[in-house]
Ligand binder design. Sequence first.
Ligand code: 0X9
Ligand code: ZN
Length: 321
Amino acid sequence: TMTWTSYHRLATIHAWEDSLASNYPDLVEVLDIGKSFEGRPLRVIKISTSKTNEKKPAIWIDGGIHAREWISPATVTYMANELIKMTAHGNNTRLVDIFDWYINPNVNPDGYEYTWTVDRMWRKTRSTSSTKDGEPEKRSIFEQIFGCCKGTDPNRNFAHEWGGKGTSKNKCSEIYHGPKAASESEVKAVQNFIYERRDTIKLFLTFHSYSQMLLLPWGYDATRTPDHDELMDVANRAAKRLESVHGTKYQVGPSPELLYPAAGGSEDYAKGVAGIKFAYCFELRDTGTYGFILPARQIIPSGQETFEAVMSMAEDMITYY
Ligand code: 0X9
Ligand code: ZN
């Protein structure tokens, strides 16, 4: 069963989502938004007190774009659970009264399962662009033998400045951008979902690890957005609130200034294509001591502090919806 004292397989996370929907039928719904390359369901937890057809402003949260970043789905499910518990108990219901919440804890389920069964450090999806049933194998013998040439980096595959800086056309690369923009069904499903709801989604948050940063667009190149200062204000307040919980420090700024430029990322798509003004990418704990292999005892502290940052951002959104 689901806990936040250890990491969990996808089946456990899905069973937990199902139990939320049956325990809180007036609050939680599990939406099916597509299928992964290997046929796993792509799911979104909808937390909402709206009546049918009521169009409320919304907040999007996703995790697990990169398979090995286990703290991301763990933190995202922690936050979903807190939000649901809080609302169900009638505490601070304001942020669920005002906003519908769309939460996808595992954008890349094939990759995630692969990190449990075969390779803990796998990052990408598990797709092959050339072998459909009955079609001849187009990959070289080298690629067929060395499975490293499978998969696309989903965070280089979004349809914004696709194929630009910090991406690779080499299938064997960890930052392979894929054969075309949104070639990955996992990416296409997220894009379609947020594009269809682009008028209601006010805040887009995507969770990665690691390096303790709160990144804002643009990620693709070192050019600042026209509303850079507003995005920085919201992020700085969130980082301050985060730090107040356990003293964890997050750096705030655009990826090219703090890390590196990388095109085709999800928050760039949210802002650049869907037109969602406030789009951010969290790089969760830690700063390299454990890196991707963050001990499970850090899930709850990470969840607690990140939840406060998200509450701060959601409160700031009330001014804007
Ligand atoms: O490289 C990435 O995709 C992210 N770092 S990670 O270590 N989690 O892989 C940073 C993405 C920053 N955002 C954009 N470049 N859009
Ligand atoms: Zn990542």
